[in-house]
Design a protein around this ligand. Structure first.
Ligand code: NAD
Length: 337
């Protein structure tokens, strides 16, 4: 069993912990947090040994009546791999801790690409991460774009990608985020940083992205235009995507008109936390005009990177090849509708 440490137990960390627990070949050795709160209590309730990420603050857990197993250094001493799920920029600060303990580390998309040897998306470049010491799972948006670009590029060739990313202002728990009643070009400069991030996975893809932020918390929405090198009809593209388990083609008959109903559907089918690990592509939006493919996809920012983290664990520990890892991950947590 691969012994996994998780440093940072927030939106991403808690989901990765549960996904690791569901796998047949790995287990959560412990999770580390900086301070006691409801998520720390949940970690204890779920049976995850809780470690103090900052030794000076260990007393705060005792004062809150929460038992801790020790400082994070003790966890790193015995872990086979650490998943850093701390806020953007903190992972880079933590890197020396992981190097000192000689433990391979997986970082998240809030870090600069330079933090790691490899930026990772399982569908697109799993092999590059095999045996690496430091791997960065790309952001929710880059994950969503990569999963579509990979099959299109392999099958038809891509001349140019243009994507407008309508981004949620914050996650449901991020009560301090906004906008509340506005629509922001964000970043206002064009192209946005998302395209260069896609280039950490696909160095040769020509891509421009534009970003906006809106008063929503549930999901991002991508409006995508891909100019292809050959010209399939829309039904061929639908068939291509239907073979990809991490792409969910929303059937027209479901009458799902937006993120709200998508999340409702996820809850109705019993998904943990209402998570949607797949890109959610509106099937009837898939259109081809000349060489140009168009579609809309919803991206559940809190969860699409979760199966990618699980695959990154197998790649970095060299314990499975791509096909085996992706299938095991998807079977274990139930990816695909
Ligand atoms: P979060 O704020 O929900 O959780 C981060 C956790 O790390 C919190 O529990 C915080 O207390 C803890 N923490 C802070 N400093 C720490 C330290 N020094 N050591 C250990 N723990 C520490 O953040 P998140 O949304 O889970 O984001 C984590 C990473 O994942 C970021 O890089 C982010 O960009 C990326 N990401 C987030 C989303 C998303 O939509 N939430 C999607 C994809 C990627």
């Amino acid at each position: 069993m691969i012994q996994v440490a998780i440093n940072g137990y927030g939106t991403i960390g808690k989901r990765v912990a549960d996904a690791v627990t569901a796998q047949p070949d790995m287990e959560v050795l412990g999770v580390a947090k900086t301070r006691p709160n409801y998520e720390a209590q949940t970690a204890i309730d779920r049976g995850y040994p809780l470690y103090a990420a900052i030794a000076d603050r260990a007393d705060q857990f005792a004062e809150a009546g929460m038992d801790i197993a020790g400082p994070v250094e003790e966890l790193l001493e015995v872990a086979d791999v650490v998943v850093d799920a701390t806020p953007g920029g903190i992972g880079e600060q933590n890197k020396s801790l992981y190097v000192d303990h000689d433990v391979p580390a997986i970082y998240q998309g809030g870090e600069d690409a330079e933090v790691a040897d490899v930026s990772f998306n399982a569908r697109s470049n799993y092999e590059d991460a095999i045996g690496a010491e430091h791997v960065r799972v790309v952001s929710c948006n880059t994950t969503g774009l990569s999963r579509v670009i990979a099959p299109l590029s392999e099958t038809y060739g891509i001349e140019k990608v243009r994507a407008t990313l309508v981004r949620r202002g914050g996650d449901p728990g991020q009560t301090s985020r906004g906008p509340i009643n506005d629509i922001l070009p964000n970043p206002v400069t064009i192209p946005s940083h998302h395209g260069p991030d896609v280039n950490t996975i696909f160095p040769d893809i020509d891509i421009d992205t534009l970003g906006m932020k809106v008063p929503a918390t549930q999901m991002h929405m991508h409006s995508l235009n891909v100019t292809l090198e050959s010209t399939p009809d829309a039904s061929e593209v639908r068939d291509l995507f239907a073979d990809e388990r991490r792409l969910f083609l929303i059937p027209e008959s479901f009458d799902i008109d937006g993120s709200g109903k998508l999340k409702e559907y996820a809850h109705d089918v019993g998904r943990p936390r209402g998570d949607l690990w797949e890109n959610c592509i509106w099937e009837e939006s898939i259109s081809v005009e000349g060489d140009d493919l168009y579609l809309f996809q919803g991206i559940h920012q809190e969860s699409d990177v979760v199966p990618e983290n699980v695959d990154a664990i197998r790649a970095i520990t060299s314990t499975a090849d791509k096909a085996e890892s992706v299938q095991t991950t998807d079977d274990a947590i139930g990816v695909g509708f």
